[in-house]
Ligand binder design. Sequence first.
Ligand SMILES: [Zn+2]
Length: 167
Amino acid sequence: MNGTPRFAADAMLGRLARWLRVLGYDTWYDSAVADADLVRLAEDEGRVLLTRDRHLLRELRPARALEVRLDDPLHQLREVVRELALASPGELFTRCMLCNAPLQELGRAEALPRLPPGVQAMDGPVRRCPACGRLYWGGSHVRRMRAALERVLPGWGQEPAPTNPPA
Ligand SMILES: [Zn+2]
């Protein structure tokens, strides 16, 4: 496989899709998509199809697919990482978990007024999704997700070294 793989996840794999986006992997997901459309989209866009559906694999024979066998989303993530020998990303939370868009980093002055009171003193980047507007920063939710990731993929969920955010 050339370059960084991109994914298309079936309707059963919404939480796995979110985790792949946390790692930065471009992952298409729509819970309402029909099987045939999902397979066509994956083929057209050169995506690896992730599915729990053996029937889909047998009937529609996608060119590049991985059958996900486990139930827990984080175990599924580890399964995908191992099966495809994915490399650990340098940084987490560079892509929106909800809509898959690459996030834009906000400058300090731009970010501060948008954050809730109490988190304004926090270091680290603040990123914004250009599609849905959601903000990502190193708050408790992100820390919990890092800890959960660290439990299944040791070394992958660690906090980045402190950096000076852009002014
Ligand atoms: Zn978004």
